[in-house]
Design a protein around this ligand. Structure first.
Ligand SMILES: Cc1cc2nc3c(=O)[nH]c(=O)nc-3n(C[C@H](O)[C@H](O)[C@H](O)COP(=O)(O)OP(=O)(O)OC[C@H]3O[C@@H](n4cnc5c(N)ncnc54)[C@H](O)[C@@H]3O)c2cc1C
Length: 395
């Protein structure tokens, strides 16, 4: 069958890789080319064995790196705590690494079968069922692109991220994201001296209401990750209104984070106009498919950076979806239902874990900050770090 994947990010490329042997696959990606910039992803969890089975793991690991741990510093640069990464890496049998999101995208692209049609600069703006005369259920779907082009396919997979343009089509009323009470920003910048100073340890600020993280990407570049509290995290089941993506504003970013830490101030001097800026958010839909349109990756089930496994789940979910479609053969709807039945419990567990950790992500008060410092110091007790590692890796 012919399959249109909307979005050439992590889930779109992983899925294209898996569907290509059996189907005619086209990926429509809105950006003009592979996306640069971005943030560091810790790759662990269900995506690891899935990527191994898919033959993708080593190609991704070769583009990643392993950090020794994290050092927490106050604004005067005094060290308030450390976390050693070794127990986490041991608990994952050494299959744990960090990778820049653009590198993960490039790693997937490098392994993409050349039968996949990849169209950059193709933004989907509309979706419709292509009802067949006399058929009880639409057997094809139509995608409308910016510029007016219309494409029809036997199956359309929405791999277009947490702000999916088609989630509303599949599950009316569930288009908007679910904000988790934080706004995050991130960018890479050239600073060989800083990269050398950071070395193999990530630096996190020990602060209230806002945090900064800095790490070396390679010998020349460093990256900064910034996040601030924005209202309170939602309570379970609480409805959320539509939340639009904020626009990057380097001057506002500088005002928000200056004084947090001397190295954050230094990073802010490099803030580009188009840095990554968004609300920390989850996505949820009571159903993942409608007719011949199905949601995958963050479009279906963003866990948010609070759970930290979004790309891992995007890759593992792509494998599940491809396997279910293969098993269902011409009964595509049966395959889509089976994909949801098998995969939903795993991602919903990860989403719940993300929501549980939401209120503790950035301390709101000095008391919460002290509790976080205590928790970090307890990790140095014998056995505690192994316990933490196991719970961090569990989904
Ligand atoms: C700051 C931050 C830190 C993170 N850290 C981690 C981490 O440590 N570990 C981890 O596993 N995950 C992490 N994640 C999550 C991870 O990046 C996502 O879960 C993962 O990228 C989801 O992949 P996806 O393909 O579903 O969506 P995306 O990677 O967002 O890709 C969606 C693609 O669709 C394209 N697109 C969007 N709309 C359209 C359209 N209308 N038409 C055509 N194309 C379109 C976009 O340009 C994009 O290329 C983090 C996320 C953030 C924001």
């Amino acid at each position: 069958m012919d399959v249109l994947l909307i979005g050439g990010g992590i889930s779109g490329l992983a899925l294209a890789h898996q569907l290509a042997p059996d189907h005619d696959v086209t990926v429509l990606e809105a950006s003009p080319g592979p996306r640069g910039g971005g943030y560091m992803i810790d790759f662990f969890g269900p995506g690891v064995p899935a990527a191994e089975r898919m033959g993708l793991f080593e190609g991704l690991r070769a583009r990643g790196r392993v950090f020794d741990g994290v050092r927490f510093e106050r604004s005067d640069r005094s060290v308030s705590g450390t976390i050693d990464a070794a127990p986490l890496i041991d608990a994952a049998d050494g299959r744990y690494f960090s990778i820049l999101r653009p590198e993960m995208e490039r790693g997937l692209l490098a392994q993409l079968p050349d039968t996949v049609h990849l169209r950059y600069g193709a933004r989907a703006v509309g979706l419709r069922d292509a009802a067949l005369q006399g058929a009880a259920w639409p057997r094809r779907a139509i995608v409308e692109l910016a510029g007016g082009e219309r494409l029809e396919a036997d199956l359309v997979v929405l791999c277009d991220g947490v702000r999916s343009m088609g989630r509303e089509h599949v599950a009316a009323g569930h288009g908007p994201v679910i904000p988790m009470g934080y706004r995050a920003a991130s960018f890479l910048f050239e600073d060989p001296e800083l990269a050398a100073e950071l070395g193999d340890v990530a630096l996190m600020t020990d602060s209230i209401g806002r945090i900064g993280g800095l790490y070396a990407c390679d010998e020349r570049r460093a990256a900064v990750f910034l996040a601030e509290r924005r209202g309170r995290p939602p309570r379970a089941g609480e409805p959320s209104g539509p939340e639009h993506r904020p626009s990057p504003d380097p001057a506002l970013l500088r005002r928000t984070y200056e004084g947090l830490h001397p190295l954050v101030d230094r990073a802010l001097e490099h803030a580009p106009e188009d840095y990554y800026d968004d609300l920390v958010a989850q996505s949820w839909a009571p159903r993942w498919s409608r007719g011949r349109v199905v949601l995958a990756g963050d479009a279906a089930h963003a866990v948010s950076l609070l759970a930290g496994q979004g790309s891992s789940l995007a890759i593992a979910g792509a494998e599940v979806l491809a396997r279910c479609l293969r098993a269902a053969g011409p009964q595509v709807e049966v395959g889509l239902a089976e994909y949801e039945r098998r995969w939903r419990p795993t991602v919903e567990r990860a989403q719940r874990a993300g929501r549980r950790s939401a209120s503790a992500f950035i301390p709101a008060t000095a008391r919460q900050q002290r509790l976080q410092q205590l928790a970090t110091s307890l990790l140095h007790l014998p056995g505690a770090s192994r316990l933490f590692a196991r719970s961090a890796l569990a989904v």
